[in-house]
Design a protein around this ligand. Structure first.
Ligand code: ZN
Length: 311
């Protein structure tokens, strides 16, 4: 039997998975991400965790085809990362070479959102499709584009950064990226809260939404209960996201959009607000597209990372 490892490197934890080469997860576990000292311990910690698991399971290096790793920052096709602020990494270096030299097996690296997209295409909400766009609606808006079964990485490792499509050129407030009017400012969990607070300023009817404490979950719970203010917020969210995805379709023409991240826990009701605006703006040849919820949750990253080395 041959094995591989899928590693999802996040700002606070590293998720690791041991897989067989068919993509069955045999074991998964987590370690802490030690981002202090410029993140110098992170890769050695990961290497130690992987080697420890091999020892525990009696797996020889010769039986490991490789390890894949998703990293929270832009990663080029040849494995270079420029910067990963969450990890304390500020220098350009080759993640693949460094981890490979510590592990003694081949390593493939990718941007975390792109890697999660690959996982969802392989074993999740996009299974069976070759042209998949994955959108994560979490604290920010992440994206990953898979065309012909391959991640669209681009020249700078920044392909698929859907969250930074400028969808409102009139916006004055700055996005986390430093620019203004990005999709992330309206369709992330924090963006939805912002839309809700704006709505509450001039909403005169009855609503359960509270100015101070409102969350994205509150908004969609209230939508399900028929709350008028929440429905207006959801409509606004849906316009920004639906219009943005119609733009994405003109560029890469996917057969399916897979929506994940914390906000997607609201469920299929999201599509009631996204599909209308999407259809309103989509080029006619892009109208026939599916929308699905992500299925792998927090495991999308380890599955996608394993797939990186298996493909
Ligand atoms: Zn931005």
């Amino acid at each position: 039997m041959k094995y591989c490892f899928g590693i999802d490197l996040g700002g606070t934890t590293v998720k690791l998975g041991l897989f067989d080469t068919e993509g069955t997860v045999l074991d998964k576990w987590e370690i802490k991400t030690r981002s202090e000292n410029g993140g110098a311990n992170i890769l050695p910690d990961i290497a130690e965790a992987v080697k420890g698991k091999m020892e525990e399971k009696g797996i020889n290096t010769a039986d490991v085809v490789g390890a894949g790793i998703g990293v929270p920052g832009p990663v080029t096709n040849d494995g270079y990362i420029n910067k990963a602020v969450n990890l304390g990494w500020n220098e350009r270096f080759n993640v693949e070479e460094k981890l490979s030299s510590l592990l003694g097996v081949p390593v493939k690296a990718g941007n975390d959102a792109n890697v999660a997209a690959l996982g969802e295409m392989w074993k999740g909400g996009g299974a069976g499709a070759e042209n998949v766009v994955f959108v994560t609606l979490g604290t920010g808006v992440g994206g990953g584009i898979i065309i012909g079964g391959k991640i669209v990485t681009g020249s700078h490792g920044a392909g698929g950064e859907i969250g930074h499509i400028v969808i409102n050129p009139e916006e004055k407030k700055r996005c986390g990226c430093g620019k203004t009017g990005c999709l992330e400012q309206y369709a992330s969990a924090t963006g939805i809260v912002r839309l809700a607070r704006k709505k509450l300023l001039d909403f005169n009817g009855e609503t359960v939404l509270q100015m101070e404490s409102v969350t994205a979950k509150d908004v969609f719970d209230a939508v399900k209960a028929g709350d008028a203010a929440a429905i207006e917020v959801a409509e606004e969210f849906g316009r920004y996201l639906g219009y943005s995805l119609s733009i994405v379709s003109t560029l890469v023409d996917p057969s399916i959009y897979v929506i994940g991240g914390g906000v997607s826990k609201a469920g299929e009701i999201l599509f009631d607000y996204i599909k209308g605006p999407y259809m309103e703006k989509a080029f006619f040849a892009n109208e026939e597209v599916e929308f699905a919820l992500a299925e792998l949750g927090n495991d999308a990253g380890i599955y996608g990372a394993a797939k990186l080395v298996l493909q």
